[in-house]
Write a protein that binds this ligand. Sequence first.
Ligand code: PAF
Length: 282
Amino acid sequence: MKAIGDVKVLREQLADWRHSGEHIALVPTMGNLHDGHMSLVKIAREHAERVVVSVFVNPTHFANSGDFDGYPRTLERDKRRLKQAKSDLIFAPDTDTIYPFGVDNATSVTVPALTNDLCGALRPGHFDGVTTVVSRLFSIVQPDVAVFGQKDYQQQLVIRRMAIDLSLPIQIICGETKREEDGLAMSSQNRLLTDDERATAPKLYAFIDEVGRGLAAGQRNYLELESAVLDKLLAHGFKPEYVSIRRAENLDVPDRDSDELVVLVSAYLGNARLIDNLIVHI
Ligand code: PAF
């Protein structure tokens, strides 16, 4: 599996493919790939003849440099997995390639709507880091299609909004969250769980799944449903950041008649920050 770090070399390869009439899908990642990423590669393959997976640990993604330094770099293993998943190319740029004038002086992209709430409120600047790096990856690769995971629900909405605002001719696809057999959403954060915490972690999804069933059965007291989940999380040793029922389309607070909802949750369990969500069509 070829990993290219240089933009010129990458563009030559992409130009060859385009010249042959092939479409290009991009799956942006920070590496340390798990089956959740592989499911996004599979979706990408269904939408384009060529699949590029970017592996870039973005410094502006992290609230502190310790988390950035501690993020696992596993490029050789990622290459093997991507070869099996039949990805065509890995784009693995270094920090200078993405931020030629330094991270602090970088031209940045901000999506004001959608980013000051939920994860954005708890991690100021985080989504600016995401949209800035994703816009660069989009400019470099110029994919026809880009695939993001539903687990980061707010992120994919923000990126979708960015693509509309900047008139980017890129189809944004959201791939379903891949789960372990017990329901835990696959995430690179799961590596931080102790054995006991790992046994508890699936409850995060189980609790929002109960909310989903309550909504489907006609419950509409959103505050009551949210606070019941908060109580259960606390009782099981989680440190919840939020539990929130929103409109799936734009994360607005729903009214009683809203019919496309998303239940979003974020909670620490030990050192792992776990997020998950459930879309509910009523
Ligand atoms: O979801 C992620 O892994 C990252 O936010 C992304 C989209 C690769 C941008 O750094």
